[in-house]
Design a protein around this ligand. Structure first.
Ligand SMILES: [Fe+2]
Length: 190
């Protein structure tokens, strides 16, 4: 079998390149590597560009809930406190999640970029892919593969009180502490 390729970058076609580039640079704490000729390349890690944008010299149709297109990109943080730290920093700049979802397998914050694309900022709830896969093959995930809403600000409060991370990364914690949140699937398909 030949070598397995790794995902290198994602490119968005947009009619508002500057707004998209600025938003993603803020979200990902990224910087511009090259920009010009209707193109922009940004990165935040060892890759020379992780995200890019192309603005063709023609008007574009807006994405709508019935557009067949990529649903979201996802970025993983190393731990819950890192994710919550980024959440709080973005909130201070007026960037808030469209919907936080406790998937069970991941703890995820879904944002919407200026074009309406979703971006998931997440952590893995399990230490190994095998443990995550076992959870996805289990009854809780089988009965509801989307998950439930949760309140990230409450998570920040609990961490400040010293509540262990493990106690917060479950659907049961989300349901006990915020039982009246709407079905998160509606937000992801609107
Ligand atoms: Fe995802």
């Amino acid at each position: 079998m030949s070598a397995k390729p790794k995902l290198a970058h994602v490119v968005f076609q947009t009619g508002q390149l500057e707004a998209m580039r600025s938003w993603y640079c803020t979200l990902l704490d990224a910087h511009t590597v090259f920009e010009g000729f209707g193109l922009s390349f940004i990165t935040y890690d060892e890759e020379h560009h992780r995200i890019a944008f192309i603005q063709p010299p023609i008007p574009l149709d807006s994405k709508t809930p019935v557009t067949a297109a990529m649903h979201h990109t996802a970025f993983t943080f190393p731990d819950l406190d890192s994710l919550l730290e980024r959440y709080a920093a973005l909130k201070e700049q007026g960037i808030c999640p469209a919907v936080p979802i406790q998937h069970g397998v991941t703890t995820s914050l879904y944002y919407r970029d200026p074009d309406g694309n979703f971006v998931e900022m997440q952590i893995d709830n399990f230490d190994t892919a095998a443990a995550a896969t076992a959870y996805m093959e289990g009854p809780e995930y089988g009965a509801n593969p989307v998950g439930v809403g949760f309140l990230p600000d409450l998570m920040i409060e609990e961490r400040a009180k010293g509540t262990p991370v493990e106690a917060l990364l479950t659907r049961s914690w989300a349901l006990e502490t915020s039982p009246d949140l709407p079905n998160p699937l509606a937000a992801l398909t609107s």
